[in-house]
Ligand binder design. Structure first.
Ligand code: CUA
Length: 190
């Protein structure tokens, strides 16, 4: 009798150990797939870690500094770099339509005036959160001319789904001709 009980206990232990081993393998596989996805997206989409921390007072954005209204948009900086400055607010981007050259690295500087917004440009590695009080900086290159969508991808309130803008990618020489005089370019129709 005793020996039969001991045998049964032993058999169930074998089943338990087997089940545990199977689940351990499943967990290891899930972790491996997640790490492989991270490596793939970092290399393939050129995902970047968050930029260094740079702060700004969101209450004074429109009064002074680089995010005043007439400084927003795309400029050709004196050093030849292309710079886009924009702000996000409930529920729009300013400017609503960005102009960028194709095939040239474009540096974005952006922030939010109110809630946390998201900034993403389809088919590019431009994908960042815009947080009040912080300046997001990143660089993206647009491969060919055309129009891209730029939706807010972070839930920011009741108007979130209506918050999106456009990016107009133009040929580099066409862009340079327009930007030469130091103008702040955008493609918002007036
Ligand atoms: Cu802004 Cu969602």
């Amino acid at each position: 009798m005793t020996s039969t009980n001991a045998g049964a206990a032993h058999a169930s232990e074998v089943v338990a150990v087997e089940a545990e081993r199977r689940w351990a393998i499943v967990v290891v596989l899930i972790v491996a797939v997640l790490i492989a996805m991270m490596v793939f997206t970092s290399l393939h989409w050129a995902s970047m870690p968050p930029s260094r921390v740079e702060t700004i007072d969101p209450r004074k954005l429109h009064i002074s500094g680089e995010f005043v209204e007439n400084n927003l948009g795309t400029t050709l900086e004196p050093d030849g770099k292309v710079m886009v400055r924009l702000i996000a607010q409930q529920y729009s981007f300013e400017p609503q339509c960005l102009v960028v050259p194709a095939g040239v690295p474009v540096t974005f500087r952006a922030t939010s005036t109110d809630a946390i917004h998201g900034f993403v440009v389809d088919r590019t590695n431009a994908n960042v959160m815009l947080i009040p009080g912080f300046i997001a900086t990143f660089t993206a290159t647009f491969d060919k001319p055309g129009e891209r969508l730029m939706p807010c991808h972070e839930y920011c309130g009741t108007g979130h789904q209506a918050m999106w803008g456009r990016v107009q990618v133009m040929a580099a020489d066409e862009f340079l001709a327009k930007a030469k005089g130091g103008a702040r370019l955008n493609c918002v129709s007036r």
